[in-house]
Design a binder for this molecule. Structure first.
Ligand SMILES: [Zn+2]
Length: 219
């Protein structure tokens, strides 16, 4: 999947990491609805990620889909299918990042805390340094929070080999969800390409995640 536009964005990112962002805000009225660079980005909602700046995207260039973790959720798949089939994008970029909050809890822990389990409340309070307040009720949705696999760690912990591995697992899981989806073609004349990255919030740099590779295991 070499020679994609992502290589240009990697070059823009090197510029960004050295202190010069290339995004220029523009009034969008005269741009076509189709993203001009034919790119769709899935990225975490983290407040420290300026997606347009760190990739050097301009107004009208790309669809940017964001959620907690940059997870390829059902809704992200929905967006990507619409982005490709109706709005002509053909390149997908996934971005996870260091110090992600999704490394600091598990789905079961958060659900138990929200439902009122005192031990879960205490653990979540310790992990986030915020008094976690249970709601004391069950709920049918969301069906999953998609917290990252692996042993949880304190919120905003600096990067190390273990948490980078956990981030890589989830990027690959997202790539796999896209590459194996029957409505997102990855071969033939209408193919989309997919590349995954980890953004380091401390130095502003993107690092590519190899694919295929380990995706973690249950538990
Ligand atoms: Zn995050």
């Amino acid at each position: 999947m070499a020679n994609s536009m992502a290589d240009r964005y990697l070059e823009n990112n090197r510029q960004y990491a050295s202190g010069e962002a290339v995004h220029r805000p523009a009034y969008p009225g005269k741009h076509p609805i189709q993203p001009s660079k034919r790119v769709a980005v899935v990225a975490c909602m983290d407040a420290r990620l300026d997606v347009e700046d760190l990739l050097g995207l301009q107004t009208g260039d790309a669809h940017i889909i964001r959620n907690a973790g940059g997870v390829v959720s059902d809704d992200a798949i929905r967006c990507l299918i619409i982005s490709h089939h109706l709005l002509n994008t053909n390149e997908i970029i996934l971005i996870h990042h260091t110090r992600c909050g999704m490394l600091a809890f598990t789905d079961d822990l958060l659900k138990a805390g929200l439902e009122g389990d005192p031990a879960a409340e205490k653990l979540l309070g310790q992990a986030t340094k915020r008094a976690f307040k249970a709601c004391g009720k069950c709920a049918a949705t969301p069906s999953a929070f998609h917290a990252f696999r692996g042993a949880i760690e304190p919120l905003d912990a600096p990067r190390d080999a273990k948490n980078i591995e956990r981030l890589q697992w989830d990027v690959r899981r997202g790539m796999s969800s896209i590459l194996n989806h029957p409505w997102l073609p990855t071969s033939g004349p209408d193919a989309v390409t997919v590349r995954g990255f980890i953004y380091d919030v401390d130095n502003g740099k993107l690092e590519e995640v190899s694919y295929p590779g380990p995706m973690g295991s249950i538990g």
